[in-house]
Design a protein around this ligand. Structure first.
Ligand SMILES: Cc1ncc(COP(=O)(O)O)c(C=O)c1O
Length: 392
């Protein structure tokens, strides 16, 4: 059997590889503590599950949904953006529900990228952007995100010959994996840059609700002129512990939203309707669950950051998101360090280089691990090869 070149050239997805290694160890009866995935351990709040169960009982929801989603869900998303960011969206033309935001993040490439087109992709980044640019026949141009630049891309430094072929720009704040944040001045600058070079901006913002110390992220859509140049992807996964239900959204530029809608109508048959009703409940119902989750994550963040620093693994407390971005000890690559932790103390962290070459020198730890496992994992880490003796 001969696969397409498209598939042959595709690397295995970072997290699929990590899952495979974890499963192998567990199958051998070894206990593994995983800081790998940004998959909330706390359950979906009960009022949302209540609405899901109720909707599941209704035979009207047993049939094919419309690919573009229920009008009531479009409306709920528009209302949420108004309440949360004071942004007015046309619920019909500027909103599109997705089967988890990853689905739209992947498919938007097909709407804008032709063979040979360039997309600007942050490095390090969530590992879904670049492979889908490649699948669509385009070329990623990697923008290094470094600590010195506060993990913001230096758009002024992109060569003119690259910009000539650039169709799309990916940005993501609060950022996975570094935990960096962006302010409205940066987003305003991105809009100007996109206008100047005729580029569509795709902002990926699923972590905007996971915030600490009173910090409030802005939406890209709040930037002056954002709707003219871009779309924002968002998700119910992280805000409402709904990763398993697969529901998210794209909002913004009506032409881009329509392109995604047309593409999706040829690809999928929509989001199960009971899940759409659960999402409406999440977006329009009580919001206090978000603060409750954040209180838990903040305690975990402080515990993890303090402990890592105390053993010489430098890490800063992020203002938002689910991740700690920690420096690996001298003498190790991120893969060597992650492998050593897995083999020797059964702790899984993700190697920074898995998010791009500028992720080298770091590992990512997720805060979505129940407190008991978190404490156990941290104490295993502290015991690893007498790590306390590491000198910087
Ligand atoms: C930056 C970023 N974007 C998008 C997603 C996809 O989330 P979902 O498909 O669950 O909405 C994730 C998931 O980890 C992410 O980290």
């Amino acid at each position: 059997m001969r696969m397409s070149r498209r598939i042959e050239n595709l690397s295995p997805y970072l997290f699929a590889e990590i899952s495979r290694k974890i499963a192998e160890k567990r199958a051998r009866g070894e206990e593994v503590i995983s800081f790998a995935f940004g998959d909330p351990d706390m359950p979906t709040p009960p009022h949302i599950i209540g609405r899901l169960c109720q909707a599941a009982q209704d035979p009207a929801n047993h049939r094919y949904p419309e690919s573009e989603g229920l009008p009531e869900l479009h409306q709920a998303i528009a209302e949420w953006y108004k309440k949360r960011f004071d942004i007015s969206l046309d619920a019909d033309k500027e909103v599109l529900p997705l089967i988890g935001s990853k689905e739209g993040v992947a498919h938007i490439a097909w709407c804008f990228i032709d063979s040979g087109d360039i997309a600007l992709v942050p490095d390090p980044a969530y590992p879904t952007y670049a492979p889908n640019i490649l699948l669509a026949g385009g070329k990623p141009y990697y923008m290094p995100l470094t600590e010195e630049n506060n993990f913001l891309p230096d758009l002024d430094n992109i060569p003119a010959h690259v910009l000539e072929k650039t169709k799309l720009l990916w940005i993501n704040y609060p950022h996975n994996p570094t935990g960096a944040v962006a302010d409205i001045d940066f987003f305003n600058f991105v809009v100007k840059f996109a206008e100047q070079h005729d580029i569509i901006v795709c902002h990926d913002g699923p972590y905007s609700e996971i915030t600490f110390d009173g910090y409030q992220p802005v939406s890209f859509m709040q930037a002056e002129g954002a709707k003219g140049v871009g779309v924002e992807f968002h998700s119910l996964s992280k805000s409402y512990n709904m990763t398993g239900w697969r529901i998210g959204m794209a909002v913004g530029n009506a032409t881009a939203i329509n392109a995604l809608k047309v593409l999706k109508s040829n690809l999928d048959s929509g989001i199960p309707q009971a899940i759409q009703y659960a999402a409406i409940e999440a977006l329009t119902g009580p919001q206090d669950c978000i603060q409750a989750h954040n209180t838990t994550y903040q305690k975990r963040r402080d515990l993890v950051v303090d402990m890592l620093n105390s053993i010489g693994l430098e890490a800063k407390p992020p203002k938002a998101g689910l991740y700690i971005w920690a420096k690996v000890p001298k003498g190790y690559t991120s893969v060597e360090f992650a492998n050593a932790l897995l083999e020797e103390v059964g702790v899984v962290v993700t190697p920074g280089v898995g998010y791009g070459k500028n992720g080298e020198g770091y590992v990512r730890l997720s805060l979505t691990i129940p407190d008991a496992g978190l404490v156990k994992g941290l104490s295993r880490l502290a015991g690893w090869r007498g790590i306390k003796k590491i000198v910087w």
